[in-house]
Design a protein around this ligand. Structure first.
Ligand code: BGC
Length: 745
């Protein structure tokens, strides 16, 4: 912690400076332990005697800065030496000071960079000494001339250290200082370029073969003054030209000015979302590909899931989902890593959280973000679309986005079984449900409001202005009201809370929902719905409407259930075995079909190749999951020239269906302690194998079509009980161990 250090600032010109704050101190003898605590308003890297401290990127991380700011603690004992020592912090604008939200808006949380550091030295004789930021620190600039997350970095290797005089003592920021509680961002994967392309426009472009978030590292020796400028893009346009319009106002460009020595070029305080890199400026006629590598950065999460099946397109989809997660789990769950957004959108996180927790260990990662949700939840329980809040983005209080407050803690509890985490989140969950309850105008429905709807669903004419799909938002909001109340009750029961009032509330919501939204067993527009009040086409019966009613159990009786299912299947078939769902309907669609006995239809959709479908993008060479089903259309044109991300993880959530239904791993109790094992094999895939590390050991399930029938295999870790249900066989209970069963093909 900090005892005497003082906040410092630097008075430097320019919009995106990277000041280096430094002090020197003598050490007559080496300490037995040296601990550095550091933080910044902005982002920083610390150095001791010129050596980088640690390997984490973008410290202190992004939290809800008005409330809290993390600091990091490092053991730097090995970096000190007898005699003169130097301690430095180089900083950049990062999230707090830099461009954020819209590519041309800066200073969202603060208008200048600040740093705070304290080095605590402990000597063998028991004495201690503290070297903290104070008026003796000096400010320098060095070769990093400017840096921004969205716009990239400019580095001039010819710039030696320029002194700018003493650092200025500054007022502390309003945020409370807290120890780092996140997962450090690090370089996680390195990808070599696959080809050098010369585009029809005559531009030289490197293809790394993998869309990702990170940066290019280039080892190069040029002449003094030679320039290298790299622009980044996710895709080429239909003519094969470099395409950057979908980055919107983010410039995503790194520039290096060489000094005649061999240099390793990469940005320290910026990252890009890209697969292709254009050499805007490059000093040589020939390009040696072996000098370039694409470095993926991500919160350093432990991989827990493994998956493969007999269809290489689905295996590619799986890889795309992993890459979507890697690219968007950079300190907090974001929507996309490339354009001038990269924000903590609640809806996207809610949709993907279950898949995320299968792929990687994400409890600590989400804990930090959920703590920010709690802090940014309004007194009345409302939550905006984006956390941490960013002016001008995520300004709606929307169903399925705000519901992240309930769904994420519940899903994480089911994945990891941490009751303390659930307890901490419980007040937030409750406040969200209470907020929705207070909305009205009908007591048990959420009518009106300003929602994101079934975002990007294909059943409404999408345009840059209209993206909410055709499902009525009143139905979506009221259905989520019921669902969040259901999960809140489950959470309350785990925690031993008295949930009787919420049970009664749920009964009332269900009754009101049924009366308002179902007639003759099918969804209708809510009485009083005013078509003139909206600029989009709103339909009573949509795939998403039926999916929500079935998945959240909002129908009454067997006849209604069957009618809804039949209608859903008919709508899918009439649409050429294709879905029309968006962010809200898609994550549940295949679950609903499988749960109600139509796994065959779920597989039809899963294996569909025409848009909207998962494999459409795979067949077009996607290496990540797209924001729009038809981000690039059949004819090669773009869905939209601008708002068109090729690295959104949301639809990758289909892998919670793959695990839960195809492999059939359905947790009945948290942390996979109790399971329903009910695989749904499909001959079209030939085989499927999937596993997840549970913390107690590996849980794996596989099925293979063989000439003798379907062979099922399972391995259950210690302290696990499963009920096995195979097609056409009576259930069996089993405990830890390895199993093989046979079933009919
Ligand atoms: C983001 C999202 C988000 C949506 C909300 C988009 O700009 O990229 O994925 O959920 O806005 O409407």
């Amino acid at each position: 912690m900090f005892t005497s250090a003082q906040w410092l600032r630097a008075d430097l010109p320019g919009a995106s400076p990277c000041p280096l704050f430094e002090t020197a101190f003598p050490l007559p003898s080496l300490p037995v332990r040296a601990t550095l605590c550091a933080t910044a308003v902005g982002i920083y890297q610390a150095f001791v005697n010129g050596d980088r401290v640690g390997t984490a990127l973008y410290a202190p991380g992004w939290t809800s800065y008005p409330h809290r700011l993390q600091y990091q603690t490092y053991d730097v004992t090995a970096l000190l030496r007898p005699g003169e020592n130097r301690l430095g912090l180089q900083a950049a604008n990062g999230w707090a000071v830099g461009y954020l939200g819209r590519g041309n808006t800066q200073h969202i949380f603060a208008d200048h960079i600040q740093v705070l550091a304290e080095l605590r030295l402990e000597f063998a004789d028991g004495s201690t000494r503290v070297v903290g930021t104070d008026g003796s620190w000096q400010v320098f600039t060095d070769r990093i001339l400017s840096s921004e997350f969205y716009h990239g970095e400019t580095v001039d290797f010819n710039c030696v250290r320029v002194p700018h005089g003493p650092a200025l003592p500054d007022r502390p920021p309003q945020a409370a200082l807290i120890p780092d509680e996140g997962v450090p961002v690090r370089e996680v994967v390195r990808v070599s370029p696959r080809a050098l392309i010369v585009t029809p426009r005559g531009e030289r472009v490197l293809d790394f073969g993998q869309n990702l978030a990170g940066y290019v590292e280039l080892r190069i020796r040029g002449r003094r003054g030679d320039r290298v400028t790299l622009s980044h893009a996710e895709v080429l346009d239909r003519d094969g030209n470099f395409y950057t319009k979908n980055l919107e106002l983010a410039q995503c460009r790194n520039t290096y000015i060489l000094d005649g020595e061999e240099q390793l070029c990469k940005p320290c305080f910026s990252f890009q979302g890209y697969r292709y890199v254009r050499l805007d400026e490059y000093p040589f006629d020939t390009v040696d590909l072996s000098c370039f590598v694409s470095v993926a950065v991500c919160s350093d999460l432990t991989r827990t899931g493994r998956f493969a099946c007999g269809d290489r397109r689905i295996n590619q989809l799986y890889r795309n989902t992993l890459w979507g997660q890697r690219s968007n789990f950079i300190d907090l769950p974001t929507d996309c890593p490339q354009r001038d957004e990269r924000l903590g959108w609640l809806g996207d996180a809610q949709v993907f959280v279950r898949t995320a927790a299968i792929n990687f260990r994400v409890d600590a990662f989400f804990r930090k973000w959920l703590n920010d949700l709690m802090l940014e939840q309004r007194e009345d329980g409302a939550l905006f679309g984006v956390v941490p809040k960013v002016p001008g983005r995520g300004t709606r209080i929307s169903a399925a986005w705000g519901d992240a407050a309930v769904i994420c803690p519940w899903e994480l509890y089911m994945a990891y079984g941490n009751t303390e985490d659930l307890r901490r989140c419980f007040p937030m969950m409750k406040k969200w449900v209470d907020y929705v309850h207070s909305q009205g105008p009908a007591e048990y429905l959420w009518l009106g409001g300003d929602h994101y709807g079934d975002w990007l669903a294909a059943d409404a004419k999408l345009s840059p202005e209209v993206r909410q799909g055709a499902t009525q938002t009143d139905l979506i909001a009221s259905a989520y009201f019921a669902w969040s109340t259901t999960l809140l009750i489950r959470a309350g029961e785990v925690l031993g809370e008295d949930m009787s009032a919420y049970r009664e509330l749920l009964a009332n919501i269900r009754r009101a929902f049924h009366a308002a939204f179902l007639r003759d067993g099918l969804p209708v527009l809510c009485p009083g719905f005013d078509a003139a009040s909206t600029n989009r086409q709103v339909l009573p019966v949509t795939q998403t409407a039926i999916v929500l009613i079935l998945h959240f159990g909002l129908y009454e009786g067997e006849q209604e259930r069957r009618g809804l299912l039949e209608r859903l299947v008919r709508m899918i078939e009439e649409n050429g075995n294709r879905m029309t769902t968006g962010f809200v309907g898609t994550p549940y669609l295949l679950h609903v079909l499988t749960d109600h006995g139509r796994a065959d239809k779920a597989y039809d959709l899963f294996l569909q190749e025409k848009s909207p479908s998962w494999l459409f993008s795979v067949n077009r060479g996607a290496t990540t999951v797209w924001e729009h089903w038809d981000g690039i259309r059949e004819d090669g044109s773009f869905w939209d020239d601008e708002k068109n991300s090729f690295n959104h993880y949301s639809y990758g959530s289909v892998f919670d269906w793959v695990y839960g239904k195809c492999l059939g791993i359905t947790p009945l109790a948290p942390a996979y302690r109790e399971l329903l094992l009910q695989p749904h094999p499909d001959v079209r895939l030939g085989f499927m194998e999937g596993s997840v590390h549970t913390g107690r050991g590996l849980l794996s399930v596989a099925w293979h079509y063989t000439p003798d029938g379907v062979r099922y295999e399972a391995e259950l870790p210690p302290d696990t009980r499963a009920t096995l249900r195979l097609p056409g066989q009576s259930p069996v209970t089993c405990g830890p161990g390895s199993y093989v069963w046979w079933g009919n093909a």
